[in-house]
Design a binder for this molecule. Structure first.
Ligand code: C2E
Ligand code: MG
Ligand code: MG
Length: 656
């Protein structure tokens, strides 16, 4: 008889031991997939240990070693077959679909039932020799050994089919990595079946586990090393998977609203220290709650706790405890820092059932809702329609671009001095069958993120040129049309050239177009923006500064820009209620006048306000008082009807 060799088993033993140690150093000891990955490794280590023992005893072949020899073979068969069971559980955990089996303790049944089955079969074998027998120190396979192979084979086939069924939960690379381990294992099983002295099966499993540890279970890719908890990409992956499987979960959102202030005032390190302290408090509470929950740190002071299988009572209690735990001051850099932490519970999928909405809702939580210090509930805060829209917005925009669904409206701008409409602002409109008109304030920022604003901006500019170049425009007596430029457009090197070419194509003179920029347009990538502005100014365009007075108005920057017009933001229309702010407004107007700038007041809705701004010597008024933005046809009609019959002469009323 050929001597058996344990070289492969020995190598497997050594590699697996390293993998096990590395798993703990790489913080892979938490979470369901890690649990089954580690159990697979442990059972594989045990199997290789038993096999080394069995091989040695088989080679010695002494009858008095019967007890040890039988124990080694039984141990090997048990642990080896259980390895396949845990590997299957690892795969199911990858798809996070245990809940689909309905049972509460499904994972326990999954592991215990085969374990009992194998234990009974191997115990009976000791009396019947149906799997293997040992006579006079010689090991022989029994008639039913093939049955163990068939059972393991069935588990193996399920391991292949399962990820294929749930392939939409995997990226192609991940699915391929997972499935590519099976041919290797199959070859090893066949070789060992026909050549039992070559103990290669466990080595093949080891190589597969090594492969998985390198390409699939990569904690470096999903764990935030500062806080030691999962990071954004893990959250995105897990949440998308839960939504796709319709798994009931509760998510506790925790936003530290003053994260950036802490980072600015203290330091980057202190902010990291703060995150670590918060993460530790959350970890302790989640641990004490004894629920199946995962904790994530996304970024910018935003934590998420996902409570699997959504036991609402426990979620409520955990959220309250986290909220209370974040209230005491944190000692940082020798100071006591108070956190402004928003804690909010979202029940999924009943309240939110898609990932984009989840992200949008989480982002807006601390910016849109006043701080109360109590635990919030998404059910009470959600404007479902809006978040449904946010979730679909990407697709709506892409479809609208493809199907040319954007339209340009015009809002007249009235000159109090000339007592007629002198200009208008072009404003983009997007109509959707399901949601009606979608506000540019929602979709413009989205298109700025994706870069689609460049196409949209070009479309608006071309439409305006086409309008100005048309004979109708000339009849209206308008001097120019204002076109909004997004900061993203201004950052494009080719913007100026592009606009000049379009203008020439429609025979439009540059005086007919005034370009609106916002202050932020000047804040980033100054050089390209300045260059674009210079080329456009040289070509004869003029500029206005939009939304002046909002956010962080920077006087120095405003004064240094080559502006013709400054547009006072809508919020100035509320100044009348506060006498001190009225003084600010009066002085701003004076300052702008002294700099020879024209002033357009936006958002004027009442006659009273027109009078007030008129008294302040603001010449141009834009607002619903005169007209809402109108489709081109209606706009032309509106202006035509007012060419001779100008609206009530408010200036003369004022002067009286
Ligand atoms: P904006 O450039 O400051 O435009 C003025 C906004 O104020 C318009 O909102 C207009 O409908 C609104 N408005 C005018 N009069 C009144 C009023 O009396 N009361 C109130 N409450 N609102 C008034 P709209 O059309 O929703 O546009 C919002 C913003 O979206 C614009 O603010 C602009 O920043 C951006 N936007 C619109 N069209 C374009 C475009 O073609 N390109 C770019 N880049 N941005 C655009
Ligand atoms: Mg504007
Ligand atoms: Mg504005």
């Amino acid at each position: 008889m050929v001597d058996k060799t344990f070289t492969y088993d020995f190598c497997a033993f050594v590699i697996l031991s390293f993998l096990l140690i590395a798993a703990f150093f790489r913080r892979m000891n938490k979470g369901r997939t890690n649990r089954y990955y580690i159990l697979t490794i442990c059972f594989c280590i045990l199997a290789s240990f038993f096999d080394i023992m069995a091989v040695c005893l088989d080679n010695i072949a002494l009858p008095e070693n019967y007890f040890y020899q039988a124990a080694a073979h039984t141990g090997y068969l048990f642990t080896h077959n259980m390895t396949v069971v845990f590997f299957l559980m690892f795969i199911i955990a990858q798809t996070d679909t245990f809940h689909l089996f309905g049972q509460k303790h499904v994972e326990l049944y999954f592991a215990i039932s085969p374990a009992i089955g194998y234990a009974i079969i191997l115990a009976i074998n000791l009396y019947t020799g149906m799997i293997f027998k040992i006579e006079n120190g010689i090991y022989q396979r029994g008639d039913f050994m093939i049955a163990l192979y068939i059972i393991a084979g069935i588990f193996g086939i399920v391991c292949v089919i399962y990820p294929i069924l749930y392939r939409k939960l995997f990226t192609t690379a991940r699915l391929f990595s997972l499935l590519s381990t099976f041919p290797l294992m199959l070859v090893a099983v066949i070789v060992q079946y026909f050549y039992p002295h070559i103990r290669i099966e466990l080595f093949a499993v080891t190589v597969s586990l090594l492969y998985i540890s390198t390409f699939i279970q990569r904690p470096e890719a999903i764990i935030d090393f500062n806080t030691g908890i999962y990071k954004f990409n893990a959250y995105a992956h897990d949440m998308k998977r839960s939504f796709s499987n319709k798994k009931p979960i509760d998510v506790i959102l925790i936003n530290i609203a003053n994260f950036f202030q802490i980072q600015d005032i203290l330091s980057y390190d202190a902010a990291n220290e703060m995150l670590k302290l918060v993460a530790n408090r959350i970890k302790t509470i989640v641990k004490q709650s004894k629920t199946d929950a995962d904790i994530y740190y996304l970024d910018k002071g935003r934590f998420r706790v996902v409570m699997n299988y959504g036991n609402h009572e426990k979620t409520e209690y955990t959220a309250e405890t986290i909220n209370a735990a974040l209230k005491p001051k944190l000692p940082l850099n020798g100071m006591d820092i108070t956190l402004i932490s928003y804690v909010c519970i979202v029940k999924c999928p009943s309240e939110i059932d898609d990932f984009n909405t989840m992200i949008e809702f989480g982002k807006e939580l601390s910016s849109n809702i006043g701080f109360t210090g109590t635990v919030l509930h998404a059910g009470e805060l959600l404007d479902k329609n809006k978040y449904d829209l946010m979730g679909e917005l990407d697709k709506i925009i892409t479809d609208a671009i493809r199907e040319n669904k954007f339209e340009v409206y015009y809002q007249p701008i009235y000159s109090l001095r000339d007592k007629r409409y002198l200009s208008a602002e072009a404003l983009i409109r997007l109509y959707n069958d399901k949601y009606g008109f979608i506000s540019p304030e929602l979709f413009i920022p989205k298109t700025e993120q994706t870069g689609e604003i460049i196409k949209i901006g070009r479309f608006v500019f071309e439409e305006v040129c086409r309008f100005i170049g048309s004979p109708e425009f000339k009849e209206l007596g308008l001097e120019y049309i204002e076109v909004n430029l997004s900061v993203v457009q201004c950052m494009q090197g080719g913007l100026a050239g592009d606009l000049i070419t379009l203008m020439k194509k429609y025979g439009v003179r540059p005086e007919n177009i005034n370009l609106e920029i916002t202050e932020s347009a000047n804040a980033q990538t100054q050089n390209i923006i300045a260059e674009n502005m210079k080329t456009l100014l040289d070509a004869g365009f003029t500029f206005s500064l939009d939304d002046f007075g909002t956010g962080y108005s920077n006087m120095q920057r405003m004064a240094s820009l080559p502006l013709k017009i400054v547009k006072l933001d809508k919020t100035f229309a509320e100044f009348e209620s506060n006498p001190r702010l009225m003084i600010v407004l009066q002085n701003i107007v004076k300052m702008l006048k002294d700099m020879n700038m024209e002033i357009v007041v936006e958002g004027v809705e009442t006659r009273e306000l027109v009078e007030r701004f008129g008294m302040l010597d603001c010449e141009f008024i834009q607002g619903f008082y005169y007209s809402r933005p109108l489709p081109k046809k209606d706009f032309i009609e509106f202006i035509r009807s007012h060419v001779n019959d100008s609206p009530e002469d408010i200036m003369s009323v004022i002067q009286k």
